[in-house]
Design a protein. Structure first.
Length: 574
């Protein structure tokens, strides 16, 4: 009787699983699931299989929560235990750009096939999937905003509920989505991150391209292993599945005679953000002109390849990340900028289409097009070595005032360790004076970002108040702290305008009152007399401008407020 009952249960489960046909399959591979269809699909798989769990996580700007789909061979869903058991944790992010839904449908197929036994999840690998990250964009469904893309029939919009591009938001964290992602990311502590996308740009024969975490950014240990061991295995694994995977091709006007350059992902992007925490991260980019069916199948096969190679290399992946964190703690200097080298490069096999020209039916003028009747395959240069620039020394700690709430909130989201000063305390610190910067004229992702920042460092003894923050540097988020708190970093909090209040002078003077005081300042300051004389000699227009002269004396006197242009994050260096 028990055997009959068990057999009946298994039969019911098999029928239930078989009934879980995706929208992609039902539509003859032409459509993608909506947000609600996707979540309902996973809820049913959760009910059917003990190996699948759907977790409701943090909020998003759209008002709906993020979900995480967890797949584990032993039906255990505790990330801490996963890591203790030496399992490789693979995190998949889908639908960050909902007009690029290939990963949404490919992941549904993947999990369904684990449940029905078509695929076996290796015991040393676990999977955590965000089914649709940009929920607001997914709900904004249309059929006209991806003019360059070949299907699906309808899809979501790139901007989220705040009209933000979420793949520029991982460090500035303007969205609830990004705040929830950070919590999920650190909860999972993934060894590998896969963020599925669709490319835009040049036409060529390959269906799948991929951005790999920049090797130098990961450091010597992890970067070398990724370059020489793991990434080549992924490429070979895809080749064995009849997909010629190539590195991401960034621009429409790529000159393949000159070669292509590895994408340099700064921390605003998912892969650049993950790299700050020694996570091996990848952004698959299917080619937008291939059929939707091809794109979903190649995304599916790539995720399967990652699972296969992660299982083979499980012990090495876990060990390499451990060594990378240890190496990072020993490092006393970090590069904030990486520049492609021109003297070192690799070669890749590339299959493209020759460029041709014809008369445009839209403009009546000549146009360039890729001639699909003239395919070619050849070796091209691939510039995937980077040199380090803008190198900064790591401090012993940073100190920051209690008033910078928005910055502190983001540090907390990323599990940064700190202590709150219990008493007013004088600390000997290095301070930065912002000596020059430019700001973007046009808005970019809700900001007018600062760039070309230069600073002057000086040593000072400063009284910090009870409630201010002391942030030690030797912690797992060391690289994150330096990238975000050093003002000259490409994606630092200063670059994203979080500290712009210090760029405005708050106190001033009336010229008629300052005249006499300025004369007294000059009289007592010989060095300033010389500095002013040199300025007047070098600049004839300045020499005839009394207001400019008075201001020059003011900004070089003790009367100028100390907070003006002084970066409000201080370095403890001894």
């Amino acid at each position: 009787m028990k055997k009959l009952y068990l057999s009946l249960l298994l039969s019911i489960a098999a029928l239930a699983t078989k009934s879980q046909i995706t929208v992609f399959e039902k539509s003859n591979q032409r459509e993608t699931a909506t947000y609600f269809e996707t979540i309902e699909f996973y809820k049913k798989l959760d009910q059917i299989s003990s190996k699948v769990a759907i977790k409701t996580m943090g909020p998003t700007d759209a008002g709906y929560p993020l979900h995480v789909i967890m797949v584990s061979g032993n039906s255990k869903f505790d990330p801490n235990q996963w890591h203790k058991q030496g399992k490789v944790v693979i995190m998949v992010n889908n639908g960050i750009h909902p007009g690029e839904p290939d990963g949404v449908d490919a992941s549904m197929l993947l999990v369904r096939n684990f449940v029905n036994g078509k695929l076996l999840l290796p015991q040393n690998v676990v999977l955590a999937i965000i089914p649709i990250y940009n929920i607001g964009g997914s709900l904004n469904r249309n059929s006209s905003t991806r003019v360059n893309q070949n299907g699906p029939e309808s899809y979501g919009f790139r901007g989220n509920a705040q009209n933000l591009d979420l793949n520029r938001d991982f460090t500035k964290c303007d969205s609830k989505n990004a705040a929830s992602f950070a919590k999920i990311f650190h909860w999972l502590n993934p060894d590998i991150l896969i963020d599925n996308h669709v490319s835009d740009g040049a036409d060529f024969q390959h269906t799948m391209t991929m951005i790999t975490t920049q090797y130098e950014k990961l450091g010597k240990t992890a970067g070398t292993w990724l370059r020489n061991v793991f990434e080549p295995q992924i490429y070979q694994g895809m080749k064995n599945k009849n997909w010629d995977l190539i590195p991401y091709v960034e621009f429409d006007g790529a000159d393949f005679d000159k070669g292509i350059t590895m994408f340099n992902e700064t921390p605003r992007y998912s892969s650049g953000y993950a790299a700050l925490f020694n996570c091996f991260s990848f952004i698959p980019e299917t080619h937008m002109l291939k059929s939707y069916a091809e794109r979903v199948r190649s995304t599916y096969d790539l995720m399967v390849t990652f699972l296969e190679k992660a299982s083979i290399n499980a012990k090495e992946i876990v060990l390499t990340r451990k060594l990378a964190f240890e190496e990072q703690q020993r490092m006393d200097s970090f590069a904030l900028k990486f520049v492609p080298e021109k003297t070192r490069r690799s070669e890749i096999s590339f299959s493209g289409y020759s460029q041709d020209s014809a008369v445009s039916q839209a403009t009546g003028l000549m146009k360039m097009f890729y001639n699909r009747n003239a395919p070619y395959s050849r070796k091209i240069k691939f510039y995937n070595y980077f040199s380090e620039e803008n190198i900064v020394q790591a401090p012993k700690a940073y100190v920051m005032g209690a008033g910078w709430h928005e910055v502190m909130n983001r540090l907390k989201l990323n599990n940064i360790q700190y202590r709150v000063l219990k008493h007013d305390t004088t600390i000997f610190v290095a301070t930065y004076k912002i000596t020059n910067y430019k700001s973007r004229a046009n808005a970019y992702e809700k900001h007018h970002a600062n760039y070309n920042v230069s600073v002057k460092k000086q040593i000072d003894s400063i009284l910090f108040l009870k409630g201010d923050y002391y942030i030690p540097i030797n912690q797992p988020g060391k690289r994150y702290l330096i990238e975000m708190l050093e003002p000259t970093g490409d994606d630092s909090f200063f670059a994203w305008n979080f500290f712009d209040a210090i760029l405005q002078q708050k106190e001033g003077y009336s010229e008629y009152r300052w005249e006499d005081a300025a004369a007294d300042v000059l009289k007592k300051d010989t060095a300033l007399q010389i500095k002013l004389a040199e300025k007047r000699k070098a600049d004839p227009a300045f020499d005839k401008n009394s207001s400019a002269i008075l201001n020059f004396i003011y900004v070089n006197s003790r009367w100028l407020e100390k907070t003006f242009m002084r970066y409000p994050v201080f370095r403890v260096e001894k």
